[in-house]
Design a binder for this molecule. Sequence first.
Ligand SMILES: [Zn+2]
Length: 585
Amino acid sequence: MWGPGGVASAHRGGPTRSTAAPAPPTPPREGLGGRPVQDVVHRTLPGWVRARLGFAVSRRVVPAVVALLTLIAGVLGVASAQERHNFLAINGALQDEAGPYYFIAHGDSGNAFMRAGPFAAAAGLEVRYDGVTRRLTFAAGVRRVVIDATSDVREGLVKRPGVVRYDGGSLDSPMAILVDGVAYVPITPIVAALGGDSGWHGTARVVTVDLPDPRAGVQVGAPRVGVTDGVSRVAIDLPGGHPFQVAVNGSALALVLPGVNAPAFARPLADDPNLASIAYEVLDGVVALVVHTRHTLSAAGTGYRVGQVQRDGSDTVFVDFAPGLQGAAATPMADGEVAAPTTVQPLPAVVPVAEAAPRRYTVVLDAGHGGHDPGAITDWASEKEVVLAVTLRVKAQLEAAGVHVIVTRDGDAFLSLQERSTFATTDRNIFVSIHANGADSSSAHGIETFVFGRPLDPRQIERAIRENGGGDVGAARTAEAERIAADIAGDILRETQLNYSMALAELVQERLVGASGAVDRGVRKNLFYVIRNSRIPAILVELGFVTHPEEGRRLMQPAYQAKLADALADGILTFLHNGGTLAAR
Ligand SMILES: [Zn+2]
């Protein structure tokens, strides 16, 4: 069973970060002498849940592990200032890599997290991160638990309804938090949704997690579907004598399979005359093969016919579908009817549901300046023209790769920096502001890419003032950006988000320099107003200096613009395609 099944919150009184004493549910009775601890807190699933699912929650916390940790805690005391202050044991095995870790924004001792990847490995689960929907999925076959994810730690820590979804239910929870490409998940709700059990022992400083075997139950294969003489047949193989039930509702039929685990399988049946789709689903904790028909079914047996063939200790259960069919449950049919290849055709291997849904990324491209604001301008080059031409070409390249692109301007229009920055909303994936440089000296040249932050060299702030509108307006906006940068610098959590922008900037810079042969001025920070508040990876690219006599002229050439645009698009796509796997580490 995946889902708490009446266990509200087994992980009571989560550990706290450092010297503040956690609130363990029972006072520890154990000293630091290494004697086995007996009072590890456990709650088990209610008996009816276990009975229905046919497997018990194990209680495999090894007393020796707890005793050892008690000893370690005594030696270290509570002075450790590391990110991880406590230990995690999954099914009795101590986890070096999974945590627990703490995110401390509100002093809530319940915000204990573990790393998703090592946890899943230890628990025998698959874990996937979908960068488009921003969801982490833990799966064992068709059974799955989904949690919403964010890279904004403060947003993530707020407990909200429905953040964790499992088969047949949902839980209030903080979100999964992605920091520096690593996914962390809140322990209590995830373990509860997996049908497990967690506890905390303050003296040993260990969080214990016990999970049911995710592969428990009889494993069945993908269903087979075939059509003969206008009748559609769906068949699956079960161990001999394994029980099943048939439930019908409107144009849906469910073959309910208690005690079974099944692969993730879902597909539409566009070419079938009678069937619209077929999928394994989990209904109230029990796996069922759900078939949607094009005609209406009745519980009396109209529109379908159930049959069963026994062979070599296994049962093939099949259901025939056609509008005129009339059958009772378990109508026997001859062996040959099922075995004949014209009747039942094997389907290809399992198709994970996640792969069936196309990924759709959204990228915001901001062509700098425009309208009455030309940006940097010389006799031979104009920034606003260069960046618009490159932006539109990047847009076309990304769209050809299936990315949804939003441009802040697609013509010679003026937008304020405030208007531009509102495009960087969290339902989008990347914000790229595209500029060309201007300098007082005509000898400056080369490409550089920026993320938001205070520049190492204070003299560089002049550049930010110029890009932020110049003059008094530019100075005021730069001062505001500097205050925001100071806030971020004091906020480790927000600062870690900048790592995503940095990774994007490094990729783009490398591609641009490689394709153009221009001088590599590197990736830097500066106080650019347009990317000051972005909650998605946001960079500002300077494609070259319009003030340089040669580079400026080159920037106006369509062939060179195409080179830059292709490289920029390549860097963005590489980042997007790596982002999905990066976060499930
Ligand atoms: Zn500019």
